[in-house]
Design a protein around this ligand. Structure first.
Ligand SMILES: Cc1ncc(COP(=O)(O)O)c(C=O)c1O
Length: 472
């Protein structure tokens, strides 16, 4: 036991095991990239625990980490396989994976500047860089959160501070609503509940056939809210809607919000990355009019999970979101730097900024732009390939890198085909419900996916669709 505790802090152990695990991980990525083996093998929880010899391992320790990691790898979704099509989780650039290792060793908790000066400085630098890209110039502030759900909540909390000041202490006044796209991510409804508005306070704004907010529907919804004697907390627009990657007309929505004095929050968790590209930046035309925006780095910016940039135009709104004072943390106003725990719900948090910083340090802005463009381009090409096969119907042309399509019209067939494809393991695809019907969904996250992979997937789906459904 004493020896093991010594080993746990031994630099020699780190050096030796990092080399062994590094070799294992590199082999894992290499074989996935060569399309060897399935994308995913799904075993039961009990089977996986048994393969890890879980009970004995936790009771006695002394296990061989490399052997355990081999079992973890065998029972994980292999995102580096070019036949992995989503969810909206990046195939991480390995530079960002190394950032996880660096953070894991340093473990700087970042609640206060002293507990992570480098991570904090890099976070401030990245957020400044992003604000420049979205056209706010030197304006605004921001914070990085563990993911887009928390990011949306954080931005809307900052908004609440401006629209209904004092809510943090006294609770929210009655009659506040959110105007959000019908295609908004479910975290917006959750945020409404947590903000104290309740889920029913999310007024859904109608969308067109491509799931983009109809500007006329927005102004009608707003008039109805006013007639009902209620007040709008924020308008939430999508820059990359979850179901199909649709971009709302942000310029028109922004102009409307400016006219009416409403806070515009852009949920760019998926698609804000388009703003960092050369060729797709206009998908976010008008984003400079937004009051807040979120951008998940672990979706389109090639980082491992989770890292979400929350940008807020009014620094005072963000700074006023949280009022708690923790004497053990925030006791000395004379210290230098910024204490990030004053800007986010989280107290301790990981040095999330390292992930994107390491990616940029490797590929630069131009490389990041090329990465996003490549995925968006691929979705357009794959849409063309599917649209040419008469068996398939596409849910419109993709704006981003999410493609929805179906074979036949029967929802049960889509669900069965998707289940069978995933069980076979040779592809990983997702499904969604659009206008009450099931559709197959591909999120093109892997830059190494080729036209041949899509043709092979299409052929397999066609073959499965004509098979009779297995008996229940
Ligand atoms: C548009 C949108 N917003 C928010 C989220 C939530 O992000 P996260 O999974 O990082 O919490 C998602 C996730 O898919 C999303 O697509």
């Amino acid at each position: 036991m004493k020896d093991a505790l010594t080993t746990a802090l031994s630099p020699d152990f780190l050096e030796r095991e990092a080399a062994r695990l590094g070799a294992l991980l590199a082999d894992h990525v290499r074989s996935a990239q060569r399309r060897e083996g399935p994308v995913l093998v799904q075993r039961s929880i009990e089977e996986i625990l048994a393969a890890l010899d879980f009970d004995r391992t936790v009771a006695h320790g002394g296990a061989d980490l490399a052997a355990l990691v081999a079992t973890v790898l065998d029972n994980s979704n292999r995102l580096h396989h070019p036949r992995y099509f989503g969810h909206q989780v990046a195939v991480p650039m390995l530079s960002s994976s190394l950032a996880d290792l660096v953070h894991g060793v340093l473990n700087n908790g970042m609640a206060v500047y002293e507990m992570g000066p480098a991570g904090t400085a890099i976070e401030r630098g990245l957020l400044r860089w992003m604000r420049g890209k979205i056209g706010w110039g030197a304006e605004g502030d921001g914070v990085i959160t563990h993911g887009g759900s928390l990011g949306n909540l954080s931005a809307l909390l900052a908004c609440r501070e401006r629209v209904a000041p004092g809510s943090f202490k006294a609770g929210v006044p009655p009659g506040l609503v959110l105007l959000a796209s019908e295609a908004a991510h479910y975290s917006v409804a959750r945020a409404a509940a947590i903000l104290g508005l309740g889920v029913d306070a999310v007024v859904k704004v109608a969308v067109d056939d491509a799931l983009r907010i109809i500007p006329g529907a927005l102004s009608r919804a707003y008039e109805e809210v006013k007639r009902a004697g209620k007040r709008v907390l924020a308008v939430v627009a999508n820059a990359g809607a979850t179901p199909n990657g649709a971009f709302d007309p942000v310029r028109e929505i922004g102009a409307f919000c400016r006219r009416e004095g409403l806070w515009l929050h852009v949920d760019g968790a998926h698609g804000a990355a388009a703003r960092f590209t050369e060729r797709y930046r206009d998908l976010l035309d008008g984003v400079e009019l937004a009051d807040s925006l979120v951008c998940d780095m672990h979706k389109m910016l090639g980082t491992s999970t989770l890292a979400c940039a929350v940008l807020v135009r009014d620094p005072a709104a963000l700074a006023g979101t949280y009022e708690q004072y923790a004497p053990y943390l925030h006791g000395d106003d004379e210290r230098q730097g910024v204490d990030l725990s004053k800007l986010t719900f989280e107290c301790t948090k990981a040095q999330l900024s390292l992930k994107l910083f390491f990616n940029l340090a490797l590929v630069g802005e131009a490389g990041l732009s090329a990465h996003v463009e490549r995925l968006f381009d691929a979705a357009r090409r794959f849409h063309g390939l599917l649209a040419r096969r008469p068996a398939f119907e596409c849910f419109g042309a993709p704006q981003a890198n999410i493609l929805c399509f179906r074979i036949g019209r029967d929802s049960a067939t889509q669900d069965r085909v998707r289940r069978q494809i995933v069980e076979e393991g040779s592809f990983y695809i997702t499904r969604t419900t659009l206008r009450g019907e099931s559709w197959l969904r591909l999120v093109i996250m892997n830059p190494q996916t080729t036209d041949g992979d899509i043709e092979a997937l299409a052929a397999r789906i066609e073959a499965l669709a004509v098979e009779r459904a297995p008996p229940p």
